[in-house]
Structures are given as C-alpha cells and as structure tokens.
Design a protein around this ligand. Structure first.
Ligand code: MYR
Length: 185
C-alpha cells in the first residue's frame, strides 16, 4: 500500500476552509429551495430572503465593527468602500468594486468580483424573477441601518438571470444623525 504523505497545517486549513465555504453555499441553496417550496411565489421568496438578510445584518454589524476596527466613516463614499473591501472580505471572502456614483454621492453600485453563493446553482425556468442572492441586499440594508443609514439596496445585474455581472445598487435614503447620549456640563 502506498504510504500516505503527511499534509502540512496550511494544506489542512485550506481544505477545511474550502469545505466550510461549500457547506455554506449548499446550505444557502437548501434554504432557497425550501422557501420556494413553502412560499410558491418567487416574489414572496425574494421578500423573505431580503428580510432574513436584514435580520442577519442588524446582528452582524457588532461583529463587523469589533473585528474590523474600522472607525466612523466620513461620508457615504467611504462607507461603500468599507462594505466592498472589508465587509465582503470578512463574511464572504470576496471583494467588490464600487462604481456608478451619482452626482450627489448618495447612490453607487457594488460589483461583486466573485459570488460564492451561486457555486453549483442553476435556476430552472420556473424560477424566472427570483433574486437568488437577495439575502445579501438585506444584510447590507440591516447593517447600515444599525449605523444610522437608511438605504435601499437592489440588484441591477445578476448572472443567474443572464447578466454579465453581479451588481448591487446601494442608495442612501436618509442618514439619521447620532446623538451623544450624555450632556457635557
Ligand atoms: C461607520 O461609519 O460607522 C462605519 C460603517 C461601516 C458599515 C459597514 C456595514 C457592513 C455590512 C456588512 C456587509 C457584509 C456583506 C456580506
């Protein structure tokens, strides 16, 4: 029998990471499939995925702020870069390009450089209209709401729908100024 070559710690770690990522992708797929079975209407599934993402986003922001050590952003442009380069990296292992800014700097696009949620996914014709990755729009909306930014997040391009990229538009609707809770005497 051929001897089994010992693998380095790095190789094992990389393998564990890959298995975790695949498990995550497959689990997400199973959730979407279950929602399609339970809710039947793709519009309802889109809504439900966004809502689930929102609930994740409002919780995940604490972990994000604690782990990333990012300080308060000076404006929405900086916030968008932080999401694209730090947030996406931390939770999905990818980054996004920030582009398509409007004139007043309150709306931009995040173009994903890769999308681990869609590995192994092929949508049947019955799923026309499904925004498969809608959980992501909810996560961003929820996270930003916790740092006082009301946003609208929508998919502009989706490769599962035949587009050439994954592009999310993030529009800042309202920025609620945070009040310092104590009065200086
Ligand atoms: C601040 O000005 O307080 C910093 C704001 C940073 C907000 C970052 C929101 C991160 C949302 C995570 C996105 C993860 C996508 C998978």
């Amino acid at each position: 029998m051929a001897p089994v070559a010992p693998r380095s710690g790095d190789a094992i770690f990389a393998n564990v990471e890959r298995v975790n990522a695949e498990l995550f992708t497959l689990t997400y797929g199973a959730i979407v499939r279950q929602l399609l079975t339970d809710l039947e209407e793709v519009e309802e599934v889109n809504k439900q995925l966004d809502e689930m993402g929102y609930n994740i986003g409002v919780r995940l922001i604490d972990e994000f702020l604690a782990k990333s050590n990012v300080s308060r952003c000076v404006d929405f442009k900086e916030t968008a870069e932080v999401i694209a380069k730090v947030g996406f990296k931390m939770f999905l292992g990818i980054t996004a390009t920030v582009t398509n800014w409007d004139a007043d700097g309150t709306s931009c696009s995040l173009v994903l450089e890769d999308n681990p949620l869609v590995d192994f996914v092929e949508l049947p014709d019955t799923c026309q209209g499904l925004y498969y990755c809608n959980i992501l729009s909810g996560v961003i909306r929820g996270g930003l709401e916790m740092v006082s930014m009301k946003t609208e997040v929508t998919w502009l391009r989706d490769m599962l729908r035949g587009d050439d990229a994954y592009e999310l538009q993030v529009k800042l609707l309202k920025q609620v100024p945070e009040e310092y809770p104590y009065k200086d005497d």
